[in-house]
Design a protein. Structure first.
Length: 137
């Protein structure tokens, strides 16, 4: 949220009704919502933190990727088809890894914040994130 705010993206936290009038209060896929992202569409970022040592993830080669695909995209993608927003599942492991989709969005948000003159914030944010991102081979 803070990176999007510093990048002048006008983010909202926990926006209700992002999927329209039929959206129940139990479904909040937009932990951070950005009203105008690209091509006139907004973006809903769904943030999740998982424990890679949990029994459900211990056999996974890439727990963040699998969790984002199985538990987030499978649940919400169909709901965003006719929405005015794109959906992003940003998954972090408690050990520090982030899924590829989340990493790409973080990089873009840091670039926007850099462009708005917030270079010190961006350097600190990227240093913190890059220390914990597991590099893929």
């Amino acid at each position: 949220y803070k990176l999007a705010e510093q990048g002048l993206q006008n983010p909202e936290m926990g926006k209700l009704g992002i999927l329209g009038a039929t959206d129940s209060t139990k479904r909040r896929p937009g932990d951070v919502s950005i009203p105008l992202w690209r091509y006139g569409r907004g973006m809903a970022i769904d943030v999740a933190v998982i424990c890679p040592l949990a029994a459900s993830h211990v056999d996974c080669a890439e727990p963040c990727e699998e969790y984002a695909r199985l538990h987030k995209h499978n649940r919400y993608d169909a709901s965003f088809v006719n929405s005015r927003d794109d959906y992003v599942a940003m998954g972090f492991e408690a050990s520090g890894a982030v899924n590829e989709e989340g990493e790409n969005i973080m990089k873009q948000l840091i670039r926007f914040a850099t462009g708005s003159g917030q270079l010190d914030l961006c350097r600190r944010a990227w240093a913190r994130v890059s220390c914990s991102i597991r590099k893929r081979s």
